[in-house]
Design a protein around this ligand. Sequence first.
Ligand SMILES: [Mn+2]
Length: 367
Amino acid sequence: MIRIFHAADLHLDSPFQAMGRDKAAQRRAEQRSMLARMTALVRDYEADVVLLAGDLFDADSHYAETARLLEQALPAMGVPVFIAPGNHDWYGPRSPWARLDLGENVHVFTDEAVQCVALPELHARIFGAAFTGPSRQPPLAGFAADKRPGVTDIMVLHGEVGAPGSSYGAVSEADIARSGMDYIALGHQHTFSGLRKSGNTFYAWPGCPEGRGFDETGEKGVLLADVGQDSCEAKFIGLGGRRYETLSVDLTESWDHAAAIEAAVGRDASRDIYRIVLTGAPETAPDLAALQSALEGKFFALDLRDETHLRRDVWDGREALSLRGLYLVRLWQRYEAAQSDDERANIELAARYGLRALENGEEIPLA
Ligand SMILES: [Mn+2]
């Protein structure tokens, strides 16, 4: 039985453009701190081998701090570490992988073809391949290992499963079944796959160990897999980083919009990054600026979106002989003539902003 620590898609030094400069720098520092947490986990769980399945860097340039921490963290793991460069951190003579001083225990696969490293003390072989450019041909096309009795075969690979024709190293279930591997440690897709099996080969991808955007929501982490010949037990371990979450909150019945949002979140989100979409037909339009400041401190970052609709009765005042009435009459005519829901929603938005401008005597900036 071999105990594997399997992580992928760290995307260190991501730009975090949506956050503003200070928070983006803070997020990059937090990404770097994942390395020390991973080293601690490798040691705590007494892993035999570490497999890092590509896209450790977000791009081919990186900050000096990141290189230094990687050069410390990987040797400190104290066991063999295998890296299969991906489409974001592909191997080339001038890539970070060729420049870093990673230590004796670290093996970086540098070839597009599958290579093999024997670990006789573990009765195991570690196979792997690299991206050597931003895309690549299917890495396992036609590949089958020559099996040896009593030897556990494990592979680390960056590639896309279930997407025939993908230029990111397409891997099919038939490729996996034919490979002869006992376990394939994959990377590329950012959501944990669960433990899967094709033929006699177990495989999984852990997803990214920390979210970086609203397409990477929920708990993120790494995998610990105990692999034998014909057996595999895998455990997902959350790394405890900041979480991205998206949530929609219906304000139809709500008078206190901030309270409604807090109730819908229902947990301490002060470390996390939320996108909250406001929906429904509230009596009064949500005031995004006021909500943003009322909720400051409840989230690490909050992205509020207003998709509420005006109540029909807001149109009622259009009969009155007033500026408000005249304004609503004009918009109502356009609302009735509108051809699509999108158009109607835009006209409702115009009504809402217009009414608030008329009532408050000042312009409301459009979000
Ligand atoms: Mn990738």
